[in-house]
Design a protein around this ligand. Sequence first.
Ligand SMILES: NC(=O)c1ccc[n+]([C@@H]2O[C@H](COP(=O)([O-])OP(=O)(O)OC[C@H]3O[C@@H](n4cnc5c(N)ncnc54)[C@H](OP(=O)(O)O)[C@@H]3O)[C@@H](O)[C@H]2O)c1
Length: 352
Amino acid sequence: MNKIPKNMRGVYLNGHGGLDKLEVRDDIPVPTLGSHEVLIRVGAAAVNNTDINTRLAWYSKSGGASDDASWSGNTIHFPRIQGADVCGRIVAVGEQVSLSRLNERVLVEPCIREAHSEILELPWYFGSECDGGFAEYTAVASRHAYQVNSKLSDVELASFPCSYSTAENLLTRANVTANDVVLITGASGGVGSASVQLAKARGAKVVGITSLSKSNKVLSLGAEQVLMRSDSVVQRLGENSVDVVIDLVAGKKWPDLLGVLKPFGRYAVAGAIGGSHVELDVRTLYLKDLSFFGCTVLEENVFANLIKRIESCEISPVVARTFPLIQLADAQSFFETKQHVGKLVIDLTDGE
Ligand SMILES: NC(=O)c1ccc[n+]([C@@H]2O[C@H](COP(=O)([O-])OP(=O)(O)OC[C@H]3O[C@@H](n4cnc5c(N)ncnc54)[C@H](OP(=O)(O)O)[C@@H]3O)[C@@H](O)[C@H]2O)c1
């Protein structure tokens, strides 16, 4: 096993703001380990909206103020190394962790319940309230580093954690089964493309909403039908036609999503890329006996189930493009154009 250096290359987020807040450094101290932690040599780390949302202070409910801009509504401390999606190998273990874990190939569970060898009162998100994977090494509690046995590359594996666990969590909360027709918004995106595959794996009939250039890809992932973003879903599908809505977009057309839900339908949401303020007619909610599920903290077993689905090849990675670590700002910039299907992944073996 290679010797662990004192310093490493990584990308610091130095504050809320533009891409200029990202700084590539070669002198970042390699994390020191708490007793229950493992040190991971990062092979690949995927890009997520949360990296950009955090940089822009989008989570701040007080209008971009910097003191409530984390997922949990707390202050983000800078410099921060972002990156929620990590695939790598364990290269060192804390004193309470079995040496047998050394050299395990792992995926990090991004919803963190333990950090710095303490159980957290409220979960953190990896790369948000603590440092994440946009660096050569990262540290995490051993329980959040899941061994994965797979022929997929690090880049492919790094496309799974955040998007697929969010998707599996949405489907779990909404209790999606083979009897359901499921409508998925943002179906070409990281979470959307994962939701299409995972809903299909449960035997559900999937309808995806996307844009024209991405529709064939969404169909190939398992959707039986695709609608365009510009379509009226009520006109295309009819009122009371779907059992479950998996929503990642929200925005102006949100009332239609409740219109197409059948009585006793389930609405599960984990994102609002189309706009976070929506118009709710409360009568629709109660007269149709709808159930709403807000989904961020992962249900127990969601990540373990995801690892099983990866190992049994039930789901496939959707990697649109890779970038070397030093081009993280370019990757974020490209990510914001939303031209791609699936994930953008930082390949830490590129440019070494
Ligand atoms: N709560 C959680 O745990 C959690 C975890 C991960 C992500 N999220 C959130 O979930 C949402 C989706 O994440 P993701 O990673 O799947 O996103 P993504 O990969 O960026 O994909 C989002 C897709 O949504 C579609 N879209 C529809 N309306 C849009 C609009 N007004 N602006 C931009 N895109 C629009 C676009 O596809 P088309 O061009 O095909 O329409 C876009 O590619 C984000 O809001 C993200 O922050 C939440």
